[in-house]
Ligand binder design. Structure first.
Ligand code: MTE
Length: 321
């Protein structure tokens, strides 16, 4: 059986109760990814983004959903993005990322593990059952959204590589291609984009390796064909379009920390009590609710404290931000 919904579902892990994405749509994702024998190879679906004809991003009509639990309308999630390889404007990725070539795709695994090497996307995905998980997602810029992601636990994949006892951290890299990614010609960040987790964070069952959203294959601007989603951390930890995974015995470099260590720490756990040096993190603007809609309070670990707080026992979260 290729597709399952996790059961039982914890309310803090997945919201809300109602089925947002039909099983049939998950099936479409699996088909498009070539995960079902005989199905066509990986193809990129249309993003579904409602960009204005002139290509300029504008705030769409206000969203009237219950912002605590209802998924954010898909058009916001696929048209208001951070993917600096395609530009620093929020509308740039949806406008520019059509040049990203996601097929063929391979991922190189290296470092402190027994089964290292280069694997095709199919090698990576084939043994894993896809799940839909509706997670809150909180950007360090203090906007948030609720997204039904399609993927499987990263830890299930990492175990296949048999990390050694020296593997204390995992680092991830995005593709770095000047031909197809106009943003990497500018030194706004150090390329390739890189991120890191402790091995315990990487193995945590909430950490999701993602191939789709809203039952569809990931649009390029959201990090096709393979991206991380770490729901209790600021969005920048959720690295897109992964091509390299490295098991390490020391804390890895991360792009945002390299760019500005004062503002972006290694852990980057969502924490309303630790302000960003230039703005408060105590509240957030649900994406789509309109610029002047009421903000909602930000929760410690983005609401996932019950599941993840014990990863940080004894760690001073104000110093290790
Ligand atoms: N991954 C890469 N490779 N490049 C990026 O610029 N931006 C990060 C993260 N992953 C980024 C990235 C940031 S700052 C955020 S908030 C999220 O992606 C945004 O994800 P979304 O566009 O799917 O909402």
């Amino acid at each position: 059986m290729l597709i399952k919904r996790p059961n039982p579902i914890k309310s803090s892990e997945i919201t809300p109760e109602r089925t947002f994405v039909q099983r049939r749509e998950l099936l479409k994702t699996a088909l498009a990814l070539g995960l079902i024998p005989g199905a066509m190879a990986h193809t990129q679906t249309a993003a579904g983004a409602a960009l204005p004809a002139d290509g300029q991003f504008t705030e769409l009509a206000p969203w009237s959903g219950d912002n605590a639990t209802d998924p954010t309308p898909m058009e916001y999630v696929t048209s208001y993005n951070n993917y600096y390889e395609f530009g620093t404007g929020k509308g740039d990725p949806a406008r520019n990322a059509h040049t990203l070539v996601t097929d063929p795709w391979s991922v190189t695994v290296e470092g402190e593990a027994e089964n290292t090497g280069t694997f095709t996307l199919e090698d990576i995905l084939k043994p894993h059952a896809l799940e839909e998980r509706i997670y809150r997602f909180r950007c360090v810029e203090a906007w948030s959204m609720v997204v039904p992601w399609v993927g499987f636990p990263l830890g299930d994949l990492l175990e296949r590589f048999a990390p050694t006892s020296q593997a204390k951290y995992v680092q991830f890299f995005t593709l770095n291609d000047r031909e197809t990614m106009p943003g990497v010609r500018s030194p706004v960040l150090r390329w390739p984009y890189r991120e890191g987790l402790t091995i315990a964070e990487a193995m945590h069952p909430l950490t999701l390796l993602t191939v789709g959203l809203y039952g569809q294959v990931l649009p390029n601007q959201n990090g096709a064909p393979l991206r991380l989603i770490v729901p209790w951390k600021y969005g920048f930890k959720s690295i897109k379009s992964i091509v390299r995974i490295r098991f390490m015995d020391e804390q890895p470099q991360t792009s945002w920390n390299m760019a500005n260590a004062r503002e972006y720490g290694f852990y980057s756990n969502v924490n309303p009590d630790v302000s960003h040096p230039r703005w408060s993190q105590a509240s957030e603007r649900p994406l789509g609710a309109g610029l002047f809609a009421s903000r909602q309070p930000t929760l410690l670990f983005n609401g996932y404290a019950e599941e993840v707080a014990d990863l940080y026992t004894g760690l001073d979260l104000a110093r290790n931000f």
